[in-house]
Design a binder for this molecule. Structure first.
Ligand SMILES: [Zn+2]
Length: 52
């Protein structure tokens, strides 16, 4: 399972560019990007993979 699949499983939604609203801070606009099976929030610096 990729990080993106895991995020989708937990109810995150993605915009057209594949960015998601971050569940780790009060995010109003998608700040979280997914690449290479890992996620990274550019607003609160959260990062990890589907296991995290
Ligand atoms: Zn965040």
């Amino acid at each position: 399972m990729s990080a993106k699949d895991a995020a989708r499983y937990y109810g995150l939604t993605f915009d057209r560019k594949g960015w998601a609203v971050c569940p780790f801070h009060q995010d109003k606009h998608p700040s979280m990007s997914f690449r290479g099976g890992r996620f990274r929030c550019w607003a609160c610096n959260a990062s990890g993979d589907s296991i995290d």
